[in-house]
Design a protein around this ligand. Structure first.
Ligand SMILES: [Fe+2]
Length: 193
Protein backbone atom coordinates (compact mmCIF):
# COMPACT_ATOMS: atom_id res chain seq x y z
CA UNK A 1 0.00 0.00 0.00
CA UNK A 2 1.33 3.44 -0.93
CA UNK A 3 2.29 5.86 1.80
CA UNK A 4 -0.94 7.63 2.82
CA UNK A 5 1.08 10.70 3.82
CA UNK A 6 2.16 11.35 0.24
CA UNK A 7 0.19 14.05 -1.58
CA UNK A 8 -1.80 12.91 -4.61
CA UNK A 9 0.07 13.43 -7.92
CA UNK A 10 -3.00 15.21 -9.27
CA UNK A 11 -6.48 16.11 -8.09
CA UNK A 12 -9.66 17.56 -9.63
CA UNK A 13 -9.31 20.87 -11.51
CA UNK A 14 -9.25 24.04 -9.38
CA UNK A 15 -8.38 22.25 -6.11
CA UNK A 16 -4.87 22.19 -4.65
CA UNK A 17 -3.26 18.80 -4.09
CA UNK A 18 -3.32 19.59 -0.36
CA UNK A 19 -7.09 20.12 -0.50
CA UNK A 20 -7.50 16.89 -2.49
CA UNK A 21 -5.53 15.04 0.16
CA UNK A 22 -7.52 16.55 3.04
CA UNK A 23 -10.81 15.65 1.35
CA UNK A 24 -9.63 12.09 0.67
CA UNK A 25 -8.72 11.69 4.36
CA UNK A 26 -12.18 12.87 5.45
CA UNK A 27 -13.84 10.56 2.91
CA UNK A 28 -11.78 7.52 3.96
CA UNK A 29 -13.21 7.82 7.46
CA UNK A 30 -16.73 7.99 6.03
CA UNK A 31 -15.95 4.99 3.79
CA UNK A 32 -14.91 3.00 6.87
CA UNK A 33 -18.06 4.04 8.71
CA UNK A 34 -20.49 3.18 5.92
CA UNK A 35 -18.76 -0.11 5.05
CA UNK A 36 -19.17 -1.04 8.70
CA UNK A 37 -22.82 0.10 8.56
CA UNK A 38 -23.90 -1.98 5.56
CA UNK A 39 -22.23 -5.09 7.03
CA UNK A 40 -23.89 -4.42 10.39
CA UNK A 41 -27.29 -3.98 8.73
CA UNK A 42 -26.90 -7.41 7.05
CA UNK A 43 -25.96 -8.89 10.44
CA UNK A 44 -29.24 -7.50 11.83
CA UNK A 45 -31.16 -8.82 8.79
CA UNK A 46 -29.84 -12.31 9.62
CA UNK A 47 -30.19 -12.21 13.43
CA UNK A 48 -33.55 -10.59 14.05
CA UNK A 49 -36.11 -12.95 15.65
CA UNK A 50 -39.59 -12.82 17.16
CA UNK A 51 -43.08 -11.78 16.08
CA UNK A 52 -41.94 -8.73 14.08
CA UNK A 53 -39.21 -10.66 12.26
CA UNK A 54 -40.41 -10.21 8.70
CA UNK A 55 -41.07 -6.46 8.94
CA UNK A 56 -37.55 -5.69 10.16
CA UNK A 57 -35.86 -8.39 8.03
CA UNK A 58 -37.42 -6.86 4.91
CA UNK A 59 -37.01 -3.23 5.95
CA UNK A 60 -33.23 -3.69 6.26
CA UNK A 61 -32.27 -4.95 2.79
CA UNK A 62 -32.99 -1.74 0.85
CA UNK A 63 -30.89 0.08 3.48
CA UNK A 64 -28.01 -2.37 2.92
CA UNK A 65 -28.16 -1.74 -0.84
CA UNK A 66 -28.37 2.04 -0.49
CA UNK A 67 -25.51 2.26 2.02
CA UNK A 68 -23.35 -0.04 -0.10
CA UNK A 69 -23.95 2.27 -3.08
CA UNK A 70 -22.82 5.19 -0.87
CA UNK A 71 -19.54 3.39 -0.11
CA UNK A 72 -18.93 2.97 -3.84
CA UNK A 73 -19.49 6.69 -4.39
CA UNK A 74 -17.18 7.56 -1.47
CA UNK A 75 -14.37 5.28 -2.67
CA UNK A 76 -14.63 6.52 -6.25
CA UNK A 77 -14.61 10.14 -5.08
CA UNK A 78 -11.38 9.43 -3.16
CA UNK A 79 -9.85 8.01 -6.35
CA UNK A 80 -11.17 10.95 -8.40
CA UNK A 81 -9.49 13.33 -5.96
CA UNK A 82 -6.20 11.52 -6.62
CA UNK A 83 -6.27 9.50 -3.40
CA UNK A 84 -6.18 5.78 -2.72
CA UNK A 85 -9.40 4.33 -1.24
CA UNK A 86 -8.74 1.54 1.26
CA UNK A 87 -11.51 -1.05 1.32
CA UNK A 88 -10.02 -4.06 3.09
CA UNK A 89 -11.60 -5.32 6.35
CA UNK A 90 -8.32 -5.44 8.30
CA UNK A 91 -7.55 -1.79 7.54
CA UNK A 92 -11.09 -0.83 8.52
CA UNK A 93 -10.87 -2.55 11.90
CA UNK A 94 -7.44 -0.99 12.55
CA UNK A 95 -8.65 2.52 11.68
CA UNK A 96 -12.06 2.62 13.30
CA UNK A 97 -12.70 4.32 16.64
CA UNK A 98 -15.81 2.27 17.50
CA UNK A 99 -16.51 -1.32 18.57
CA UNK A 100 -18.36 -4.01 16.64
CA UNK A 101 -22.17 -3.96 16.87
CA UNK A 102 -22.98 -5.58 20.19
CA UNK A 103 -26.16 -7.62 19.57
CA UNK A 104 -26.40 -11.10 18.06
CA UNK A 105 -29.69 -12.99 17.93
CA UNK A 106 -32.29 -10.62 19.40
CA UNK A 107 -35.86 -9.45 18.90
CA UNK A 108 -36.94 -6.83 16.39
CA UNK A 109 -37.47 -4.15 19.02
CA UNK A 110 -34.02 -4.76 20.59
CA UNK A 111 -32.24 -4.50 17.21
CA UNK A 112 -34.25 -1.37 16.36
CA UNK A 113 -33.22 0.20 19.68
CA UNK A 114 -29.57 -0.63 18.99
CA UNK A 115 -29.82 0.60 15.38
CA UNK A 116 -31.12 3.94 16.66
CA UNK A 117 -27.74 4.30 18.44
CA UNK A 118 -25.84 3.16 15.34
CA UNK A 119 -27.56 5.67 13.04
CA UNK A 120 -27.14 8.42 15.65
CA UNK A 121 -23.35 7.93 15.56
CA UNK A 122 -23.04 7.52 11.78
CA UNK A 123 -25.21 10.56 10.98
CA UNK A 124 -23.46 12.79 13.52
CA UNK A 125 -20.08 11.96 11.96
CA UNK A 126 -21.42 12.30 8.41
CA UNK A 127 -22.86 15.74 9.20
CA UNK A 128 -19.48 16.79 10.62
CA UNK A 129 -17.75 15.59 7.44
CA UNK A 130 -20.27 17.57 5.37
CA UNK A 131 -19.49 20.69 7.41
CA UNK A 132 -15.73 20.09 7.11
CA UNK A 133 -15.95 19.88 3.30
CA UNK A 134 -18.32 22.83 2.86
CA UNK A 135 -15.59 25.41 2.20
CA UNK A 136 -13.23 23.03 0.41
CA UNK A 137 -15.23 21.36 -2.34
CA UNK A 138 -18.89 21.75 -3.34
CA UNK A 139 -18.96 18.44 -5.22
CA UNK A 140 -17.74 16.34 -2.27
CA UNK A 141 -20.01 18.31 0.06
CA UNK A 142 -23.01 17.68 -2.22
CA UNK A 143 -22.31 13.93 -2.24
CA UNK A 144 -22.22 13.82 1.57
CA UNK A 145 -25.42 15.86 1.83
CA UNK A 146 -27.03 13.43 -0.62
CA UNK A 147 -26.08 10.52 1.66
CA UNK A 148 -27.57 12.36 4.63
CA UNK A 149 -30.95 12.65 2.89
CA UNK A 150 -31.13 8.86 2.80
CA UNK A 151 -29.39 8.08 6.10
CA UNK A 152 -31.69 10.41 8.04
CA UNK A 153 -34.73 8.89 6.34
CA UNK A 154 -33.56 5.38 7.36
CA UNK A 155 -32.97 6.61 10.90
CA UNK A 156 -36.58 7.80 10.97
CA UNK A 157 -37.79 4.36 9.73
CA UNK A 158 -35.99 2.86 12.74
CA UNK A 159 -37.16 5.50 15.20
CA UNK A 160 -40.80 5.34 14.11
CA UNK A 161 -40.89 1.85 15.71
CA UNK A 162 -39.55 3.27 18.98
CA UNK A 163 -41.92 6.20 19.26
CA UNK A 164 -44.92 6.39 21.57
CA UNK A 165 -48.21 7.93 20.42
CA UNK A 166 -47.14 11.00 22.43
CA UNK A 167 -43.94 11.27 20.36
CA UNK A 168 -41.41 10.10 22.96
CA UNK A 169 -38.55 7.81 21.91
CA UNK A 170 -38.16 4.71 24.10
CA UNK A 171 -34.37 4.89 23.61
CA UNK A 172 -34.04 8.47 24.91
CA UNK A 173 -31.02 8.86 27.20
CA UNK A 174 -29.38 5.57 26.13
CA UNK A 175 -25.59 5.69 25.70
CA UNK A 176 -24.88 2.24 24.30
CA UNK A 177 -26.47 -0.18 21.83
CA UNK A 178 -27.22 -2.67 24.63
CA UNK A 179 -28.70 0.10 26.79
CA UNK A 180 -30.91 1.30 23.92
CA UNK A 181 -32.01 -2.28 23.20
CA UNK A 182 -32.95 -2.74 26.86
CA UNK A 183 -34.97 0.50 26.97
CA UNK A 184 -36.79 -0.38 23.73
CA UNK A 185 -37.63 -3.86 25.04
CA UNK A 186 -39.00 -2.62 28.35
CA UNK A 187 -41.15 0.05 26.63
CA UNK A 188 -42.61 -2.66 24.39
CA UNK A 189 -43.29 -4.92 27.40
CA UNK A 190 -45.02 -2.04 29.20
CA UNK A 191 -47.26 -1.42 26.14
CA UNK A 192 -48.17 -5.12 25.98
CA UNK A 193 -48.86 -5.28 29.74
FE1 LIG B 1 -31.47 -11.92 2.91
Amino acid sequence: MADRKKLPRYTVPSLTREAGDKLATILQERLNSLTDLHLTLKHVHWNVVGPHFIAVHEMIDPQVDAVRAMTDALAERIATLGGEPVGTPGALVKARAWEDYSLGRATAIEHLGALDEVYEGVITAHRKAAKDTEELDDVTNDMLIGHLHELELFHWFVRAHLESAGGDLSTAGARTEVGAARKARSAEAKDAG
